[in-house]
Write a protein that binds this ligand. Structure first.
Ligand code: GDP
Length: 366
């Protein structure tokens, strides 16, 4: 496991880069605004509550981290800096798959097993659909009802506002809260929408992919990019009349995985079949996850990956912040109207239009 101090240093390095530069904010937050927020939010109380694993205060801490209000962002960074020395000790596992593949059924079955084994489990979701429609595929609290009642489980739905970058940031920061509260397994769930799988793969130690046996072409609809990222592939619903089909799909996917990841000598991502409803293959799934963990730890790749993830985290924050600034810059907003209409009328070229937008942006930012 990464040494605490080194881990803190890396975390702080990236956090301090962004502290005080709120997403969408170009100026520092006025001290009186922060002071007002401080009257309602007690960072020390939240810190103590998280460390004591107080569920109400953990929820409030995460709500603070999810907030985009500038004053809240300042307090959120203060809380994070306090919590960071106590974070980093959970095994973080990503789970992706299309809606209906059986993610919540599986996570509930796996979660109950992990709790019975003595683990403390947090389940987080990244659901980009919820940021667009305000309704969500994953965020529904009634999913995993049994697991949600367990004292040693905490299920947090995806934030329902913000860009994918913003949601990913909130999820990463929530992981710090759960780890500081003593949770030792974190499952991050996502649907295969847009870039959400990439975002999840960049914040976990083991990335798993749930698939279904299709009719005819078994690999239809499975993105090569997902296979490239996956450390473990599981064909779910391998039960009843579907069992044979699932086994065949697993053989085909295993062959595809060997083609996609031929050079990977450290870890050959296994392809298994399972049935979340019949609780078949759940143990095997977890055995592979722990074997992967051991292989990564022993080779030093675990630590390397976590450090690289800090760098990726920083850059995704930089990209997110820049994009927000670009979109809200008053000169850009003005110029945009003009050049878009000129473009539609074929009066200028896209290259020239892009230059105009960027010089409008540079005016306020150089
Ligand atoms: P999610 O959208 O990926 O979270 O999928 P759900 O867990 O909600 O499952 C979608 C449907 O598939 C539900 O009706 C489940 O009961 C069913 N399901 C989930 N896992 C299995 C399985 O292993 N076998 C079978 N036959 N059905 C399953």
């Amino acid at each position: 496991m990464v040494n605490d101090n080194e881990y803190l240093e890396h975390h702080l390095g990236s956090l301090l880069t962004t502290a005080g530069t709120d997403l969408g904010e170009q100026t520092a937050v006025a001290p009186e605004v922060v002071k007002r927020a401080r009257r309602r939010i007690d960072v020390d109380e939240l810190f103590t509550g998280v460390r004591q694993c107080n569920r109400t205060l953990m929820s409030r801490a995460i709500t603070l981290l999810e907030s985009t209000a500038p004053a809240h962002r300042v307090l959120a960074q203060e809380l994070l800096v306090k919590l960071l020395p106590f974070s980093g000790n959970a095994l973080r596992v990503g789970i992706t798959g299309v809606p209906g593949v059986g993610k919540s059924t599986f996570i509930e079955a796996l979660g109950m097993k992990l709790i019975a084994d003595g683990h403390k489990l947090a389940v987080l979701a990244i659901d980009p659909s919820s940021t667009k429609t305000r309704g969500s595929i994953l965020g529904d609290k009634t999913r995993m009802a049994k697991l949600a009642r367990e004292d040693n489980a905490f299920i947090r739905p995806s934030p329902s506002a913000g860009t994918l970058g913003g949601v990913a940031k909130a999820t990463r920061e929530s992981m710090v809260v759960f780890e500081a509260a003593g949770f030792d397994v974190i499952l991050v769930e996502t649907v295969g929408v847009g870039q959400s799988e990439v975002a999840v793969s960049q914040m976990v130690d083991c990335f798993t992919f749930l698939a279904l046996a299709g009719a005819g072409d078994q690999l239809q609809g499975i993105k090569k990019g997902v296979l490239e990222m996956a450390d473990l592939v599981a064909i779910n619903k391998a039960d009843g009349s579907n069992l044979k089909n699932a086994k065949r799909a697993a053989r085909e996917l295993a062959a595809a995985m060997r083609m996609v990841r031929p050079e990977d000598s450290l870890w050959h991502p296994p392809t298994i079949t399972m049935s979340a409803v019949e609780h078949e293959g759940i143990e095997e799934f977890w055995t592979h996850v722990t074997e992967h963990h051991t292989a990564m730890l022993e080779s030093g790749k675990f630590e390397h990956n976590r450090r690289e993830q800090q760098v990726q985290w920083m850059w995704s924050m930089v990209h997110e912040t820049l994009l927000q600034r670009l979109n809200t810059d008053p000169d850009v907003v003005e110029t945009r109207k003009l050049v878009e209409s000129q473009l539609r009328e074929a009066q200028i070229t896209p290259t020239l239009a892009a230059e105009r937008i960027l010089s409008a942006f540079d005016k306020n930012n150089t």
